[in-house]
Design a protein. Structure first.
Length: 61
């Protein structure tokens, strides 16, 4: 698919672990974007449009 970024794939235990990263409702889909320093730049629960993703990533590139 040409994905050039990390994806986290896991089961129920992985979903619970995302709670500490901002996914308080433990929902899917959940997007977490880290900056180059490893700091959280964006958390988003629910679907994320391509335009919104591009807007979030552009200043980090």
């Amino acid at each position: 698919m040409g994905i050039e970024y990390s994806l986290l794939i896991g089961g129920a235990e992985t979903l619970a672990a995302t709670k500490d990263l901002g996914n308080r409702a433990e929902v899917l889909p959940f997007t977490l974007i880290l900056d180059r320093a490893g700091q959280v730049a964006l958390t988003h629960a629910g679907a994320l449009s391509e335009a919104a993703l591009n807007t979030a990533l552009a200043p980090l590139l």
